[in-house]
Design a protein around this ligand. Structure first.
Ligand code: F6P
Length: 744
């Protein structure tokens, strides 16, 4: 940059010197000449009387002596006395032999310039007048060569001076420019260090960079357009739109998913390998995304035949029938599984984040395993990444530390972490002994998503309480030492329409099949409940509501059944064993009390059901009960809605499930209020068909629009915007580095 700037400056100043030198030379010549003329007059004035006296006395020798004395002045070359006839009467020694008496200068001027072979001389001729009569002229000669010499030296000095001046000016200018540029870059950068959409607006900025920052803000705002469009225009989100989003907005982005639960489990049963798809909302949501986008899904290989199915790199192409992404299995020892999964994740974090009044247990040994397993999965992410900046989708409370661990090794990665369960308020969160580590780990994410705004706010409050970070609440951004994290709600959803729907028989057929399969009379109104056997799901409360319904609306005795399927889960933990035992006992008691003639009000099936079977149950039912005591989203509610392409069926939904924020046409209940829940059951079963249809239609509209591709699309759009923003920031840093002022 210095060369580019200094060279033109030197050229310009050189041209100035070239033009100005003759002018300066002329000026100096004129000054000296005026000086010489003045001296002549002084000499003449001082010797005039003496010369006239000597001339009248015709004392030629004395005149010579006088001339000799005056000519010793270095500025005087020679003196001569010219008679009235123009003849040279006296002259000093240095008078040039070729020079006669110079002619009288025109218009009374006393000075003429004589150009002699030895150089130019100035001749100053002064009339010697005595009583009105001329006695001749005193001529004083000055050598003008010294003036020429001096004017040419002056020109040289001037050129040298201008050269030095220009060099100095160039150096000073470059230094000032670099200091100013550095200041600008710092100011622009701090303007950009502001949150996602704010770009530092409202911050005090130097007035000179304000216009620049405003221009850049305009550019950045243009990048906001896709969000406005995606929110405002109804896009039919599906695999194709997601694929084109990836192609257009995140070209060449490698997608890596990390979760504890794997989408396909291989178990050994009776010497055969049996494929199982887990009962997991997370898997239900993410599997269609991976089918659409491709990439690698890194998960714990938990099945008894999992090791048999993978290649030497622990890879397995899935889905098994038409593979289009890779499952990378990570192996855990029993010790790791106990500490990380059962211990810290499910006895600590799970009850910590769910208000279900089960006391969290925190063991230091569990924490050690949790840290170690997060590190193991982070290493797997780094090993699988083919590029320095993959998009890493981190799932859930099993991996709170992983985002930071990945960030340390892949600083350019876009890490999107989604927390599938609620986030507690800071009071509740404060009981966790490793709260700072968990918050810091999560803030390694570029984007951190929750299902609801409420959980985002709880998270921000927790950060505010326990970490020293800057929180921009307006834009929901946390700015820490390692970078910024955008904290946003992305309510999760399901595939629309669910893939398994394609093979489903018509609704009437489903109903017939299910009633027959479970030995239920053809006339019963059927409610279904489907979940993992988890204490957060409120299964016993639901049974109590059935009991209350039969107590208060005995007409339903013999004509209503709740079919509850519950997949046993985390069965090694006491809280889960108690939950299952309690529910089974309660169901037995209610059935004993109200059952008759082969009819039972509750059918409880405690085993895993594959997604196709679950859909059939939903299609067979008059009503679906989701009575979670606390739930991030609860995708069962959305799956029920998606299963009902006949636009019939009633949803009874807990107000403490995230889904209740979207499915407003459900009958929203408080699962702790058993009586009210019983009344909701009664209203649902008695609801006129038109009202059922109207409500179902509205819920289907919402889920079809806000489907799983919409969920992923919004997060990926935010990620794409973030990557573009980072690219611009990097350019700014690059410019400042090129200017020599900045770094990193
Ligand atoms: O709700 C959190 C979650 O991870 C869900 O995504 C999933 O339904 C469930 O927990 C799975 O639990 P697990 O993998 O322990 O069986």
């Amino acid at each position: 940059m210095a060369i580019r700037f200094v060279l033109p400056l030197l050229l310009v100043l050189g041209a100035i010197a070239w033009l100005a030198a003759p002018l300066v030379g002329g000026l100096i010549e004129r000054w000296f000449r005026a000086d010489v003329e003045m001296r002549s007059r002084l000499v003449f004035n001082s010797v005039q009387e003496t010369v006239m006296d000597l001339a009248q006395a015709k004392s030629s020798r004395q005149i010579d002596r006088l001339f000799r004395g005056i000519a010793q002045d270095e500025r005087v070359l020679a003196l001569g006395l010219c008679g009235v006839d123009g003849q040279l009467i006296n002259r000093s020694a240095a008078w040039p032999a070729v020079l006669k008496c110079p002619p009288q200068a025109a218009q009374g001027s006393a000075f003429t310039v004589e150009h002699l072979p030895s150089g130019s001389v100035l001749a100053a001729s002064f009339e010697l007048m005595a009583q009105g009569e001329s006695l001749g002229r005193l001529v004083i000669l000055h050598d003008l060569r010294f003036i020429e010499r001096r004017s040419s030296s002056a020109e040289n000095y001037l050129a040298a001076f201008l050269a030095f001046l220009s060099l100095g000016a160039a150096i000073v200018t470059v230094v000032v420019a670099r200091v100013t540029l550095h200041g600008w870059v710092r100011a622009v950068r701090s303007g950009f260090a502001a949150p996602a959409s704010g770009l530092g607006e409202g911050k005090a900025v130097a007035p000179e960079i304000a216009p620049l920052l405003n221009e850049m803000r305009k550019v950045m705002r243009n990048l906001e357009v896709p969000r406005t469009l995606s929110d405002a225009i109804r896009v039919d989100w599906g695999p194709d739109s997601l694929r084109s989003l990836l192609r257009d907005e995140l070209p060449d982005a490698e997608v890596l998913v990390v979760s504890n639960r794997e989408p396909y489990i291989h178990n050994m049963e009776d010497g055969r390998v049996v494929l199982q798809r887990p009962a997991s909302g997370l898997v239900t949501a993410l599997e269609p995304i991976m089918r659409a986008c491709g990439g690698t899904w890194i998960a714990h290989g938990s099945g008894s035949a999992d090791t048999v199915m993978v290649d030497e790199r622990d890879h397995l192409p899935v889905p098994p029938d038409s593979p289009n992404y890779t499952l990378r299995r990570v192996w855990l020892t029993d010790e790791e599984q106990d500490g990380y999964y059962y211990g810290l994740a499910n006895e600590g974090m799970w009850p910590l984040c769910h208000i279900a009044f089960v006391r969290p247990v925190f063991r230091a040994s569990d924490w050690e395993q949790y840290v170690a397993v997060n590190r193991k999965f982070a290493a797997a992410v780094v090993a699988e990444a083919q590029t320095p900046n993959p998009v890493v989708l981190v799932q859930d409370y099993h991996f709170a530390l992983l985002p930071q661990m990945v960030r340390e090794q892949l600083p350019e990665a876009t890490i999107i972490t989604f927390w599938h369960i609620p986030w507690p308020n800071p009071e509740m969160f404060s009981i966790c002994p490793w709260k700072e580590e968990i918050l810091t780990g999560l803030l390694g994410s570029s984007i951190l998503g929750f299902h609801t705004q409420f959980h985002c706010l709880n998270f921000l409050e927790s950060v505010d309480r326990f970490l020293a970070c800057h929180i921009d609440r307006e834009h929901s951004v946390v700015r820490g030492t390692e970078g910024t994290t955008l904290v946003r709600p992305y309510p999760i959803s399901i595939e629309w329409p669910p893939a398994a729907l394609a093979t489903q028989p018509p609704v009437n057929q489903c109903r017939e099949d299910v009633l027959k399969h479970y030995g239920l009379p053809a006339h019963v109104r059927l409610a279904v409940g489907v979940e993992r056997f988890d204490y957060t799901k409120g299964i016993s409360d639901r049974f109590r509501a059935v009991q209350s319904l039969l107590e208060h609306h005995p007409d339903w005795i013999g004509s209503f059944t709740l079919l509850q399927v519950a997949a046993p889960t985390r069965g090694r933990l006491a809280a889960y064993q108690i939950t299952q035992e309690e529910a089974e006992t309660l169901a037995r008691e209610i059935n004993e009390r109200f059952g008759r003639d082969g009819w039972h009000p509750i059918v409880l099936i405690a085993r895993h059901h594959e997604p196709e079977d679950v859909l059939t149950l939903f299609r067979a039912a008059d009503l679906c009960m989701v009575s979670s005591l606390h739930d991030g989203m609860n995708l069962v509610a959305k799956e029920f809605v998606a299963a009902r392409d006949d636009e019939d069926g009633v949803l009874v939904l807990s107000t403490f499930a995230g889904a209740s924020r979207e499915l407003l046409e459900a009958l929203i209940v408080n699962p702790y209020d058993i009586r009210a829940m019983a009344e909701a059951l009664h209203s649902g079963l008695s609801m006129p068909p038109e009202q059922r249809r109207e409500r179902m239609k509205l819920m289907r509209d919402l889920v079809s629009e806000h489907n799983i591709h919409y969920w992923a699309g919004r997060m990926l759009l935010d990620a794409a915007r973030m990557r573009k923003r980072r690219a611009i920031e990097r350019q700014i840093v690059h410019v400042s580095a090129a200017g020599g002022g900045g770094h990193g």
